[in-house]
Design a protein around this ligand. Structure first.
Ligand code: FAD
Ligand code: SIN
Length: 539
């Protein structure tokens, strides 16, 4: 096995990982450099596909205020946001977004050169910056990649999946084992600071806006390492994903910003229905719009509702939403003249590895930033466009924090770690698993039983099924990235289902048909893996 050493290891090349690597390299002297491990091609991530934009409470946007953004975020979070975190992120947004602009991110501007801010659901002010119309993520990721390409401190290992964190007997993280699909070998990378920037877990659901790689790996790795995982029952289902063919695997997102610009939800008879559900109609909080569409679909036995964007002026539609326009056009829909078929899809993982805004987790030397983390910004329901902001603020703060930490690679590797590494040389069985079918079965179970509306019987069925599927799968090391992903998906699915079963109330995105009430006091749920025992508790 190849062994190497770095000052910092960053796992993932989405907005959080890329920006963290860049900031680390520019703020700190790193004798052993930064290693980015990323399981696909460089930059392939959820971030790449982000459409609507990024929240910025900017000085030049007169009328908006941190107080108002904090109030909107807390309201959406349904009692589970950490107010200090929300305030901190909001306050830093101006500074960090200006830094992104200095890094080369081009936000859309009007003809006078002023930033164009837009509105999204449950925001009380136009405070969303966007890039390329509806290609904000691509704008951010591409600019960061261009910067990193010139940075000699940063090494990138593509098509390499992190598979096990190296935790010593003192509960300190000293690096990671990864599987390099280009060589077919496992490798060990040591570091005293390992950063999980591995994104969310939308792929555990049959219908999702997330690309293939969003399999919750970082959460599974951290869980297996004994880190505290929080609030995993809170999965955000986006209300409007393109629903062309009920059988199609991934659902392309129709950004909330289209509703922000005036599009209306209608049923197959052309009738609007959101007024029945909320006075803000299409711009009600995301969980409410999702459940409204879901209920309308069930009541009318339809596979989808429709989004009518034809009421938006044609030139505006074309310039604001070129990606959506083209994708729909490729599928035979002219959004200027026809309503778009839409249905909900799993979109965002609100819970994750418990971390503070510097990325610190419950394990020393292990950091988590971006969607994989649970910092307390989102609570039970994320406000649109707050997540890209969280990614970049956490990355920025992590780099500051690590400037005060000893980043020398570990001098002594203890026997606990050596025993872990040893296991990766053991022989394995040559059973051939049909991973695509196994993944599809799991996703179907999660969609039907741990989906938009949940109930005890279905949740228990899901847990039993996942246990059985886990028993039937390979133990120990795997032989490919998809095998590792499936293993992680089983772990994360179980955590989501257990957390959903345990929360006997409805709150934010977690909706129980058997417990429709919201308890007076909001409590977080925690889950961790210790001595082969799962501990699930509230506090
Ligand atoms: P990601 O961007 O998901 O990056 C994770 C990285 O980790 C990837 O490179 C992945 O390959 C890698 N990785 C994962 N596991 C491993 C492993 N085991 N080993 C090695 N590498 C690994 N949010 C907004 O704020 N505004 C928006 O407009 C918006 N639009 C969205 C549109 C879509 C279609 C989607 C899916 C999400 C959208 N979101 C939006 C949410 C937002 O994009 C994500 O929350 C955010 O980009 C997450 O960034 P990240 O860096 O944490 O993770
Ligand atoms: C969207 O553009 O609707 C997605 C925005 C987000 O998830 O924050």
């Amino acid at each position: 096995m190849r062994h190497s050493e770095y000052s910092v290891i960053v796992i993932g090349s989405g907005a959080a990982g890329l920006y963290a690597a860049l900031k680390l390299s520019s703020k700190i002297t790193l004798p052993d450099g930064v290693l980015i491990i990323t399981k696909s091609s460089f930059g392939e991530s959820n971030s790449m596909y982000a459409q609507g934009g990024i929240v910025g409470v900017m000085h030049q946007n007169t009328g908006d205020s941190i107080k108002q953004h904090v109030a909107d975020t807390l309201k959406a979070g349904a009692g589970l946001c950490d107010k200090n975190t929300v305030e901190y992120v909001s306050e830093l947004s101006d500074e960090v977004i200006n830094d992104l602009i200095n890094c080369g991110v081009d936000f859309d501007r009007d003809k006078n050169g002023n930033i164009n801010f837009t509105l999204e659901a449950a925001h009380s002010f136009k405070r969303i910056l966007h890039s390329g119309g509806d290609a904000t993520g691509k704008g951010i990721v591409t600019a960061l990649i261009n910067k990193i390409k010139d940075d000699k401190n940063i090494t990138v290992a593509e098509h390499s999946i992190a598979v096990e964190l190296l935790i010593n007997s003192g509960n300190e993280c000293k690096g990671v084992i990864f599987y390099n699909a280009l060589t077919g070998e496992h490798e060990v990378a040591y570091s005293s600071a390992t950063v999980l920037a591995t994104g969310g877990a939308g792929q555990v659901y049959k219908y999702t806006t997330n690309p293939e790689g969003a399999t919750g790996d970082g959460i599974a790795l951290a869980y297996r390492a004994g880190a505290i995982i929080r609030d995993m029952e809170f999965i955000q289902f986006h209300p409007t994903a393109l629903a062309l063919n009920p059988k199609s695997k991934n659902r392309f997102l129709i950004s909330e910003a289209v509703r922000g610009e005036g599009a209306k939800l209608i049923n197959k008879y052309g009738n609007e229905f959101m007024i029945k559900y909320h006075d803000k109609r299409e711009l009600a909080p995301r969980d409410i719009v999702t459940r409204a569409i879901y209920k309308e679909m069930q009541a009318s036995h339809s596979d989808n509702m429709f989004l009518n964007a034809t009421i938006i002026e044609k030139n505006k539609l074309l310039s604001r939403f070129p990606t959506i326009f083209n994708r729909c056009k490729d599928n035979g829909i002219d959004i200027c003249s026809s309503p778009i078929p839409v249905a909900p899809a799993a979109h965002y993982t609100m819970g994750g590895i418990k971390a503070d805004i510097n990325g610190k987790t419950s394990i020393s030397g292990l950091y988590a930033i971006g969607e994989t983390a649970s910092t307390g910004l989102h609570g039970a329901n994320r406000l649109a466009s707050n997540s890209l902001l969280e990614c970049v603020v956490s990355a920025y703060e992590l780099a500051d924090y690590l400037s005060f930490v000893n980043l020398e690679p570990p001098q002594i590797i203890d026997s606990t770690i050596l025993a872990k590494i040893e296991k990766y040389s053991e022989p394995i069985s040559d059973i051939d698993y049909d991973i695509e079918t196994l993944k599809a079965d799991l996703k179907e179970i999660m969609w039907k039983n741990v989906g938009i509306i949940r109930a005890e019987q279905q949740l228990k069925y899901a847990i039993n099924s996942i246990d059985k599927m886990t028993d039937e799968f390979r133990k120990g090391r795997c032989i490919s990235i998809p095998e590792y992903e499936y293993k992680n998906m089983l772990i994360v699915s179980k955590i989501i289902a257990e957390s959903a079963l345990n929360r006997k109330e409805s709150r934010g995105a977690h909706s129980r048909s058997d417990y429709p009430q919201t308890e007076q006091y909001a409590e977080h749920s925690y889950i961790s893996y210790k001595n082969k025992m799962e501990i699930l508790e509230y506090a």
